[in-house]
Design a protein around this ligand. Structure first.
Ligand code: S3P
Length: 208
């Protein structure tokens, strides 16, 4: 996955490239949140309900690199992973509207955040520390959690990231229940968000 072999490079815009905004009706729905928040599971169901394609950014990064995420971290380091993540997400957001699940660190990147704002409606799946720790415990392949104390690491990531995730357009707090209930809440909030912003679009001063 080096930039020399071009695997990531041919996948999309250069790092740092900012995408042109599109109208609300053409935006993707972008799920953000910490590892274990359920972005992929909820995203798949949400996509079915919205009749949109579901895309998992982590899976796309693995495909572009021809390596798994643990391999990318191990062989190239986190900065290379982040650069690839930025480019792959820009390429995905440049395409047709979709439901896009992003890895937990993606929204922390200022370019990705700007591109999500221009081309997406962002939804933060917010969960308590204990819920997240219980969920991430079930999968042992996350490079950032190869530490002695998963709870302490998750707490640190929460402290660093929650103020930035808070920039998302919509925040969904209750993640304990069945996924279907979370999906229903997202659909309601999406409708509210669209209605509110459609009003704003018409509320500007009249020009003749
Ligand atoms: C990461 C989260 C992972 C993956 C990578 C780094 C992070 O995705 O992108 O291991 O920085 O929080 P999930 O949030 O889908 O587990």
């Amino acid at each position: 996955m080096t930039s020399e072999n071009g695997q990531f490079r041919k996948a999309g815009p250069e790092a740092g490239e900012l995408l042109e905004p599109v109208p609300l009706a053409e935006r993707s729905v972008v799920l953000v949140g910490l590892m274990g928040a359920g972005k992929t599971t909820v995203g798949r169901r949400l996509a079915r309900r919205l009749d949109l394609a579901f895309v998992d950014a982590d899976a796309e990064i693995e495909q572009a690199a021809g390596e798994t995420i643990p391999e990318i971290f191990e062989r190239h380091g986190e900065p290379a992973f982040r650069a690839g993540e930025r480019r792959v997400i820009a390429r995905l957001l440049a395409g047709a509207p979709q439901v896009l699940a992003t890895g937990g660190g993606a929204f922390m990147d200022p370019t990705t955040r700007a591109n999500v704002k221009a081309r997406g409606i962002s939804i933060w799946l917010k969960a308590d520390l204990d819920v997240l720790v219980r969920r991430v415990g079930k999968r042992g392949d996350r490079p950032l959690l190869q530490t002695g104390d998963i709870k302490a690491t998750m707490k640190r990531l929460m402290d660093e990231r929650y103020p930035v995730y808070a920039e998302a357009d919509i925040v969904i707090e209750s993640l304990e229940g069945p996924h279907e209930a979370v999906v229903e809440t997202i659909l309601e909030k999406l409708e509210e968000f669209r209605a509110e912003h459609a009003e704003h679009a018409h509320a500007g001063p009249a020009h003749d």
